[in-house]
Design a protein around this ligand. Structure first.
Ligand SMILES: [Zn+2]
Ligand SMILES: [Zn+2]
Length: 257
């Protein structure tokens, strides 16, 4: 399974892109930079899009993607609350066309098909087993365990605060892709906005170890670009304390699982 990171930050600039990554170039996870970081022909290869939640930085390029791919229908998977946000605030027929219906002289067939996910209900998408699990964020959010045809597993938390321990018994990932948004000095902001900082991350990883008896490979994303250097230093302290290596994903990184 090949993971390709398109965007790994929570704020956008010339050098930092919003969260989105690809699985084997055919499944997209979150859509913060799904159109702007791919060529038209790369976008055409994408057969399914999975969304963790309805915040702007994760859904923003759904309309651009749909506009670029009106000649075929792409399946989008998310919870009902995420679709409610998307349909009422972005793909609403005002800001962007309603890409889920036929539109005379524009859309001969819908370019998006919304398929609702239920947390804890495993679903097969293009031969991958996808298990959506609820995480702790300010709106309904699911993380995804993705199992490839050859049994390789990753778990992506999406945006989340503390309190993931109840999930660990449901999954057994080779790689854990985790939210790490703030440095420790903004711990209160992390708690209030339900994200993680290194201090909160170490607790989650220790609990993972308590339940599973080992640490997975850990890759962090959703960093706040202005605090990135500070976050990296603090993450390296977590890494030393647990005696594991912890990676920080960057735009353009490719990882084979
Ligand atoms: Zn969020
Ligand atoms: Zn976010």
């Amino acid at each position: 399974m090949l993971i390709r990171f398109l965007g790994t930050h929570n704020a956008e600039s010339k050098d930092s892109k919003l969260v989105s990554f690809l699985i084997d170039d055919i499944i997209a996870i979150d859509a913060g930079s799904l159109a702007s970081e791919l060529t038209f022909s790369e976008q055409k290869k994408i057969k399914a899009i999975l969304l963790t939640h309805g915040h702007y930085d994760h859904i923003r390029e759904i309309p651009a993607f749909a506009f670029n791919n009106i000649d075929h229908t792409t399946k989008v998977y998310a919870t009902s609350q995420t679709f409610k946000i998307l349909s009422s605030h972005l793909v609403d027929g005002l800001i962007y066309p309603k890409f889920t219906i036929k539109i005379p002289f524009f859309l001969e067939k819908p370019s998006l098909k919304f398929i609702e996910l239920e947390p804890f209900n495993k679903i097969n998408i293009l031969g991958y087993q996808i298990l959506p699990l609820p995480v702790n964020h300010t709106v309904d959010t699911v993380g995804f365990e993705i199992t490839s045809k050859d049994g390789k597993k990753i778990f992506y938390t999406g945006d989340t605060g503390s309190g993931l321990s109840a999930l660990w018994e449901h999954i057994s990932p080779d790689i854990l892709l985790m939210d790490l948004t703030f440095p420790n000095k903004l711990e209160n902001r992390a708690i209030n906005s339900k994200h993680l900082c290194p201090k909160l991350l170490i607790k989650e990883l220790r609990e993972f170890h308590n339940v599973k008896g080992e640490f997975p490979r850990v890759i962090l994303l959703h960093l706040s670009p202005n605090d990135e250097e500070e976050i990296k230093k603090e993450v390296s302290e977590v890494s030393k304390a647990l005696n594991i290596s912890i990676e920080i994903a960057c735009e353009g990184d490719k990882i084979i699982v």
